[in-house]
Write a protein that binds this ligand. Structure first.
Ligand code: GLN
Length: 278
C-alpha cells in the first residue's frame, strides 16, 4: 500500500502532465480536494483505491481529457458534471456569457441557448439572472440529461430543456430577446481534431462541414424567425471565421454586427441585432 506522498512523487517523475493531473485524480478517487492531499501525505490508500487511481492516471496519459475522468468541469464558477456525451465546457466560452450579460442588462428576458451540451451557457446565465426565462436545446438526449441534472444540482429552476436540432422543434410564436450558441465550428479535416483530447469528445459537437460553418449558416439563417424585434444573436466561432460570419449576419438582415475578441485579441464571438419587423 502506498501513501499519498509516494503516489504523488511517482506521478511527478512521469512528466509534467502526470505531475499536474496526478494530484487531481488522486483527490477525485479519495473524494477529497487537493489541499487534503497535502495535509495528509502519509495517508495510505487501500488496494482498490490505488488501482482506481493508477488506471485513471494511465488513461489520462493516453490522452483522455481530465474532465471525462473526474466527471466534472468548472465553468463560470459552477461545478458542472460532464460525460463523453457532452463537449467539455471551455473557459473561452465565458466570453459569450459575458457579452450577453453586458448586452442585455434588463432583469427580464427570454433567452435561447442552442446546443447546450452540459448546460454551461444556460446555467451561467441562469445563475446571474434568476429572472430570465431560459430555453436550452440539444439534439442529444444524453447531453440534455446531463444538463438537466446540472441545473437541478445548482437549483436553477429558470431553464427549460428541449430536445431539438437547432430551431427545428421550436415554436415560432415564442420570440427571444437573446439567442446564444456555441455550435460545432471546426472544419472536418482540421488536424487540431487529433490533439488535446478532442478525439474523445463528441464529433457532432465539434465539426460542421468542410469549412466548419455548416451549423453557423443554419443558425444565422433561421434566427430572425425566433428573435423578438431588436433581439440579438450571439455565436462563438473559430479564430479565422469572423469575416465570413459577419457576411452571413449581414445577408440574414442583421445590423449592429460586431466581433468580440478574447483577452489574447483573438476573434471569438460575433453578434448582431435583428431590428426588422416581420
Ligand atoms: N473551441 C473548441 C476547440 O477548438 C471547439 C468548440 C466548438 O466547436 N464549439 O477545441
Amino acid at each position: 500500500m502506498s501513501s499519498v506522498k509516494q503516489l504523488l512523487s511517482a506521478a511527478a517523475e512521469l512528466g509534467t502532465e502526470a505531475a499536474a493531473d496526478g494530484p487531481l485524480l488522486l483527490a477525485h478517487v479519495l473524494g477529497r480536494d487537493r489541499s487534503w492531499l497535502y495535509a495528509w501525505p502519509e495517508y495510505r490508500l487501500d488496494a482498490n483505491k490505488q488501482k482506481q487511481y493508477k488506471s485513471l492516471l494511465q488513461r489520462r496519459l493516453s490522452g483522455e481529457p481530465l474532465a471525462y475522468l473526474t466527471g466534472h468541469k468548472e465553468f463560470w464558477s459552477l461545478d458542472l458534471q460532464v460525460t463523453p456525451a457532452t463537449l467539455i465546457p471551455r473557459p473561452e466560452t465565458e466570453l459569450l456569457v459575458e457579452t450577453a450579460l453586458a448586452l442585455h442588462s434588463q432583469e427580464t428576458a427570454k433567452v435561447l441557448d442552442l446546443g447546450t451540451g452540459s448546460g454551461a451557457i444556460a446555467l451561467a446565465l441562469a445563475s446571474e439572472r434568476p429572472q430570465w426565462q431560459i430555453t436550452a436545446t440539444d439534439i442529444s438526449g444524453a447531453a440534455l440529461e446531463v444538463a438537466t441534472e446540472n441545473a437541478r444540482r445548482h437549483k436553477l429552476g429558470n431553464i427549460q430543456f428541449l430536445h431539438s436540432h437547432w430551431f427545428d422543434s421550436l415554436d415560432t410564436h415564442r420570440r427571444y430577446d437573446l439567442i446564444l450558441s456555441n455550435p460545432p465550428y471546426v472544419a472536418e479535416n482540421d488536424p487540431h481534431l487529433l490533439e488535446n483530447g478532442l478525439p474523445h469528445e463528441p464529433v457532432t459537437a465539434l465539426t460542421a462541414g468542410t469549412d466548419g460553418l455548416d451549423d453557423l449558416r443554419r443558425i444565422i439563417g433561421a434566427a430572425s424567425d425566433h428573435l423578438a424585434p431588436g433581439g440579438w444573436l450571439l455565436v462563438e466561432h473559430g479564430l479565422d471565421q469572423a469575416l465570413p460570419l459577419q457576411q452571413l449576419f449581414e445577408d440574414a438582415g442583421f445590423d449592429n454586427i460586431k466581433t468580440v475578441r478574447d483577452l489574447e485579441h483573438r476573434d471569438r464571438v460575433t453578434l448582431g441585432c435583428y431590428s426588422r419587423t416581420p
